[in-house]
Design a protein around this ligand. Structure first.
Ligand SMILES: CC(C)(COP(=O)(O)OP(=O)(O)OC[C@H]1O[C@@H](n2cnc3c(N)ncnc32)[C@H](O)[C@@H]1OP(=O)(O)O)[C@@H](O)C(=O)NCCC(=O)NCCS
Length: 148
């Protein structure tokens, strides 16, 4: 497995294709909401995991240079779930955040987790924030965070 920051046009095309498969086709989130203005901001970093040169997981890190950074659009292709790819993706995203800060600084990572994956995120050391469950496109979400 190879983790990379996605930069080229081809890598970003593969990323949107994978996100469409998971969020639009599988989870029924409308396509017009899947890609948003945050994707194009200068302080948004897109990352991915490649297996045999194919993109099998992706996510975005937003507000990359701030004290509070946000993760989002994390997904693993359906065929590659439960193989440790998601864990590998998140551990590497945390490494990317840590490498971008001074050693004496702390960063808080925040995101809205899909509720079904709560245990996955807790296993990775994320804590539930206020515990309120809210709906986005009929999918239950809960806010989580971790300090690194
Ligand atoms: C949630 C998701 C990213 C997890 O990725 P994954 O590659 O399947 O997870 P991993 O194989 O790395 O799992 C690591 C561990 O978490 C557990 N786990 C994974 N998904 C889980 C879930 N939904 N509920 C409970 N435990 C889960 C695994 O059992 C595994 O435990 P182990 O290490 O003890 O064996 C993936 O299922 C996914 O992309 N789902 C669809 C899109 C989605 O819901 N994204 C989340 C947006 S917030």
């Amino acid at each position: 497995m190879e983790y990379k920051i996605l930069k080229t046009k081809e890598e970003l095309e593969q990323m949107y294709k994978l996100r469409k498969e998971v969020f639009v086709d599988e989870q029924k989130i409308p396509l017009e909401f899947e890609k948003d203005e945050k994707d194009d901001l200068l302080d948004t970093v897109h990352v991915g995991v490649f297996l045999n040169e194919k993109l099998v997981a992706t996510a975005r890190i937003m507000k990359f240079n701030d004290d509070v950074v946000y993760f989002g659009r994390a997904c693993v292709s359906k065929k590659c779930r439960s193989l440790g790819v998601g864990k590998f993706l998140f551990l590497n995203m945390e490494k990317t955040v840590i490498e971008n800060k001074k050693s004496n600084e702390k960063r808080t990572i925040k995101f809205s987790a899909q509720y079904h994956a709560l245990k996955f995120y807790q296993m990775l050391g994320y804590s539930v924030d206020d515990g309120k469950i809210f709906l986005e496109f009929s999918i239950k979400h809960i806010k989580m965070s971790k300090i690194v």
